[in-house]
Ligand binder design. Sequence first.
Ligand code: FAD
Length: 917
Amino acid sequence: MSQLSSVEILGGGPAGLYTAILLRRAMPHLRLRVTEQNPKGATFGFGVVFSDQALDFLKADDPETHDLITPAMERWRNMTLNLPGGQAVLDGVGFSAIGRLELIEVLRKRAEALGVEIRFSHLIESLDEVQADLIIGADGLNSLVRRSNQADFAPTIEHFSNHFAWFGTERPFDTLTQTFVKMQRGAFNAHHYRYQPDRSTFIVECDDATFQAYGFAAMDEAESARACESIFADLLDGAPLITNKSTWRQFPRLWCENWVVGRHLLLGDAAHTAHFSIGSGTRLAMEDAIALVRALSSHDDVEQALAAYQAERQPIARKIVDAANTSATWYENFAAKMDLSPVDFGLDYLMRSGRVDTDRLRRMAPGFMARYDAEKGGGNIADPVGHDNAGAAEVGFRREDHPNCSSILWDNLFRNPDKLALIGPAGSLTYAELVTEAARWGNAFIAAGLKRGDRIPFFLDDTPVYPAAFFGAVRAGFVPVLLNTQTTADVLNFFLQDTGAKIALCEAALARRFEGEALHGTTLERVVIVNGAADGEGRIAAADFLAGQPDTLDCADTGPEDMAFWMYSSGSTGRPKGIVHLHHDMAYTQTSFGKHALKLAEDDICFSVPKIFFAYGFGNALTFPFSIGATTLLMPGQPRPDAVLDMIEKYRPTVLFGLPTLYTALARTENVGTRDLSSLRQSMSAAEILSQDIYDAWKSLTGHGPTEGLGSTELLHIYLSNSLSDHRIGSAGARVPGYEIRLETPDGRVPEPGEEGVMFVRGDSSAPSYWNRSDKTKETMRGDWIYTGDRFIEVDGYYYFQGRADELIKVSGQWVWPLEVERCLNEHPDVHECAVMAHQLEDRRMTLRAVIRLREGRAATDVQSDALRAYVKTRLQPYKYPRIVDYVADLPKTGTGKIDRQALAAMPVRQDAAIGL
Ligand SMILES: Cc1cc2nc3c(=O)[nH]c(=O)nc-3n(C[C@H](O)[C@H](O)[C@H](O)COP(=O)(O)OP(=O)(O)OC[C@H]3O[C@@H](n4cnc5c(N)ncnc54)[C@H](O)[C@@H]3O)c2cc1C
């Protein structure tokens, strides 16, 4: 017990009064005083809510207070969202409400009954007024205690952009409700709930533009109340809004680095704030009080006690504050979300923290999710592409023949068990050996207690483990999730949460990435470490995981339309999306692209430089060779040009798969002409446009240019391709049999000849949806067509990429497509590689910015820039020249090897880089 004899508490809000009660009980001898500036029985605001969870905490820590306040509470199990398009009822979102004044009165009476001195109507203006062993700042957002020692408490305070005003009304509402309305000058949200039988809280919120448009800044409380009454007239049904210090405010986002400075300490709103939408500010204040008094009771030394209070309490409070901040951020964009259907809006709301997935929601809010599933076509994923689609008929594909994609590997057991399935520096396996390995993996996943459909993140490099674990998992009915190993910790954390995975596979060399932030808040129980030893809790080496597992595996009774595996979009714009693929999708890519464009032979050795975790690499390295019993060469590690050339010489692959960046790098490698590339009979390229330059360079080395195609992860592989016999440079290719292509102009027409349109693709390998992202699913999966967002012109059945649908920019009043300029500059002999992007000037005009890596020996001078501009002017319409020309030693690349345009856009423009602006 701390050796304290006197304590002064500033503030008679929940934090101050509750601290006084707990302190008085724990240390009856203490001289204790609470000072509150307001008179007895007066405070700001109306009702406050406690989430069910918050009440559970209180019950566990202080049943007495819990039992005192709960009888005065209004309670609901559901929340209702009212939208212009209908209602969404969210079950399982339990809340209880109590008048703020009522709560304070309960606490005051209890404190007084315990003999605490409470001084009302007294504003403490300086800390010199109070002398005690300990001074507690429970004095709210504008805390005098904090202000008196700003430097040491180190607060950060910012404000959310929305404005809100806290009113009350005598109209009682049935449930905790949020009503969203769209008015001519902007959108509003009201959070309203009954907190006593005849009284409700009514908080009105809007964004800054709406706030300005309505001129609320110039209105007094009464005028604001009248304006809000008319905005919510239907809801209020004639009931007036009552004011009580109801001025418009922006919610503060306050956090203090230190809560204790000497004998001064902070708790509650003085130390941190939590947005009202998660109903936690009062709870946090009361829990701070519990933590403080617990620390003081369990330490003799006051300093140690105070240090323990801060150390124990801060991390817990931080979590709730973070959740409140995330929630508040969601509200900053509510207007844009109001066009969603009520169920989509409801789902978006429930998932706003980013920490719950639909599986968890099915447990938390079963009623809402049942409605969601019913409206969205069932809880199971349904393939929108019908059995009788034209593409499948064209290539003779029968979906029902492909109930489980593991047959792509397993069929080889009968066809050619002793043939080498894979070769490479990490080892070789015959088909029989690979099937055995896969069976052991599948059995080990079953033995680990996974359930059908459970996701297994793969954080793996290209070694024999990849296909073994992949095919074992899908055969046993589990869902591998192929993760990019260049993922940062925060994104990896998102993947682990989004997948809800219990077990993940991780390359030993990457094991450190599965620590700390990456694991925070996930359900991961075990990480299986492959290709190396495992150390640390929750980790197991693959050898131990597989030990004793049988080497045969029955196929789970999956169907062609069951979920088989996922890949994530690269997330270059926004959060990555989990792209869900079904069991028949792999076979479809083989029946379409594999058979009709790639045309492998059984004695081919495929070498995909892009890794298996990319959809392109996945098809190249696994689907196509295994479908026909050919061999795949797997190369782990960085695909540096020299290493790739070494692999070609050593393993003699016949078909090489790469991207234009790879072919550029290989063709420019020193002494490449002396390397033995004679094994290659065919080379494939995808993802980016191949220039004549690269095509010719590769052809001069191997006798053939790379065959260019275009695909997407949503379609799993390539749907437009050139062919060896008919290659049109600059074109992504012609339609691959099995896929239907449709171009559409912005006004929904079929384009005239030579006119561009946005491409839609239909084929039976398409992903039916993004995991947990109904909004994004709706944007991309349009019925049974995939909206690619790419603009094309079609000439004689060949498609020429014109840019992204959202990329066209207006420069000097004329439309320019940056990629066209980029391609032109790439042809310049001094340019090694470049990116051309839209750039917004300070005065908001748009212009073109080229970022260039020059060839060796060329200097980044003004003369060089002028030459490049002149080059564009002579080849394209003159107004398309880049006004800004910047130089870099190397262009940043994304994990998929594409130019990282976001990183480039973030780079400051070089001084003197611009002319003519
Ligand atoms: C619109 C809105 C809605 C909210 N809704 C909820 C909700 O639903 N659920 C929830 O849990 N939380 C809610 N909160 C948050 C909640 O009100 C606060 O988190 C909580 O009141 C913090 O308690 P406190 O005791 O730390 O501070 P306060 O309640 O602010 O108390 C501080 C007290 O100190 C007094 N004081 C300050 N300076 C001095 C001084 N120099 N001398 C004397 N007295 C002084 C003040 O008068 C005040 O009474 C909401 C907040 C807002 C703004």
